[in-house]
Design a protein around this ligand. Structure first.
Ligand code: ZN
Ligand code: ZN
Length: 314
């Protein structure tokens, strides 16, 4: 009981809502006992059956207000935890993940060609036609819980409709209604932990909402029977993803840096250019925002700022 009260008092300090609700539950307890006194008085006067009802109400008053306090306290803790969590949930603006991806068709037992990138990504989840999903959010629409498969599909002009049909801009749809090994094939999405060849998770519903969770994890969109073995992404995709995240799998410097004007250089010492042929990144344009880095302990722990800048150009 002391602990519960302490917890509630703690939240009173930061949220006046809690105080007012707790105060209200106290007063309702008082009015409950007031009314039970009246009932008891009436019982003494007339000795009616309602006297026992009054006793029940009085005995329930205290446990019920304590239950209210516990429920409220739990809700507040959950609320505070959630609010804290959202601010730091990866991927953040500081992250740049490379996720090998494959689209597998069980009827041909092969992967489709890597999706092309028309360069229309407005939020920071796309591919460079390299079999890799590049996740480097530059809009909050692509951070945290919103870093979902649908954004990658948007960027590649593909679509998953009703969890049963994947459409492409330049080839026939991948669609349920076929069989593999005598079983109905369904559309599903498998997640592979970095370096693993068996999935850690396979979903068959809400495929668009599949959320990217870490750098180097593998993702395979598969048309295959339920429970069938889904192969990991093609090795070329895995390799391309690994090469794109040098700070994850390579600890030595690969020679990248900046020239005297601050332009990002590649391993050969050439200026890294963007799609328009302009320097892709200038160190003088980078702004360090303390409030942002505080929200992301991973970013603070990054030992190699150059590697960050290099992956920023991928
Ligand atoms: Zn990239
Ligand atoms: Zn990119």
């Amino acid at each position: 009981m002391d602990n519960d009260q302490g917890g509630v008092r703690f939240h009173c300090g930061s949220l006046s809502l809690a105080c007012s609700v707790v105060a209200r539950s106290d007063s309702s307890k008082n009015s409950a006992s007031d009314s039970s006194k009246k009932v008891a008085k009436a019982a003494r006067a007339g000795s009616t059956p309602s006297a026992s009802a009054g006793r029940d109400r009085r005995s329930l008053g205290f446990p019920m207000s304590m239950a209210a306090v516990i429920v409220l306290g739990t809700a507040l803790v959950a609320f505070a935890w959630d609010a804290r969590d959202v601010g730091a949930l990866s991927p953040t603006f500081q992250d740049h993940w490379h996720i090998p991806v494959g689209i597998y068709n069980c009827t041909t037992e092969s992967f489709l060609d890597d999706l092309a990138d028309p360069g229309l990504d407005p939020v920071g989840i796309h591919t460079h036609g390299d079999g890799v999903i590049h996740v480097h959010p530059f809009s909050s629409a692509a951070t945290g819980r919103d870093a979902q498969l649908e954004l990658f599909l948007d960027a590649t002009r593909t679509e998953i409709i009703n969890d049963e049909r994947m459409t492409f801009s330049d080839q026939p749809a991948l669609e349920e209604g076929v069989q593999c090994d005598g079983e109905d094939a369904i559309l599903q999405v498998a997640r592979f932990a970095p370096g693993e060849t068996t999935p850690s998770e396979v979903i068959t519903e809400d495929l668009n909402d599949f959320r990217f969770s870490q750098d180097q994890e593998g993702v395979v969109i598969a048309l295959a029977p339920l429970g069938a073995d889904i192969p990991p992404p093609p090795q070329a995709s895995v390799d391309a993803a690994a090469e794109s995240s040098p700070n994850v799998l390579q600890t030595d410097s690969t020679g990248q840096g900046f020239d005297e004007d601050g332009n990002l250089l590649d391993a050969d010492g050439n200026i890294v250019l963007d799609e328009d042929g302009n320097p892709a990144l200038n160190i003088n344009d980078l702004q360090l925002d303390d409030s942002d880095t505080d929200a992301d302990p991973d970013a603070d722990a990054d030992p190699d700022p150059d590697a960050d800048a290099v992956e920023g150009a991928e």
